[in-house]
Ligand binder design. Structure first.
Ligand code: FAD
Length: 120
């Protein structure tokens, strides 16, 4: 079996911004690419909701669709307008996947995003 350490290093070294949240979208882990993309250090977003990244202009229908999928324990992928710590807005191509326990109950969410501003 692959050692847990390898999973950790692979996520830490990924070029994609990766975060793991609790069931309410409060951040429990963020990798170094998350810091590069958002400008936030992992330590300062610990326990903070992912809505910290919202630029507050994305139509609420987008979030309702997102949460509608997650409530059905299905993944969601889409593009959101996010805001970095320095205030600069960027287009985030984001995928969120529910993380289930052995009984199939939701315990966490895995978020992965990249800045696609240049591509649009
Ligand atoms: P909210 O108060 O969050 O509510 C918006 C709508 O979503 C409402 O209709 C509400 O009922 C519904 N909703 C909110 N939370 C839940 C919940 N726990 N269960 C069911 N329904 C819910 N948002 C971004 O803008 N940018 C990101 O990069 C981003 N990344 C995310 C990564 C992960 C892993 C997760 C789980 C969520 C992410 N979100 C992101 C969504 C974020 O948590 C907020 O829901 C979103 O930003 C809207 O925030 P709000 O305060 O405007 O509205």
């Amino acid at each position: 079996a692959l050692p847990a350490r390898l999973f950790f290093e692979a996520v830490e070294q990924s070029s994609v911004a990766i975060s793991i949240t609790d069931a309410k979208a409060n951040i429990l882990y963020a990798n170094p690419a998350f810091t590069r993309v958002t400008g936030y250090e992992a330590s300062e977003v610990m326990g903070v909701n992912e809505s910290l990244l919202s630029d507050r202009r994305t139509p609420s229908l987008v979030y309702e669709t997102l949460w509608g999928r997650l409530r059905q324990l299905k993944p969601w992928t889409g593009v959101l307008v996010n805001r970095r710590k320095d205030g600069r807005r960027y287009l985030a191509e984001l995928s969120i996947a529910p993380v289930l326990d052995a009984q199939g109950h939701l315990t966490h969410y895995l978020g992965m995003h990249r800045d696609v501003t240049e591509m649009h």
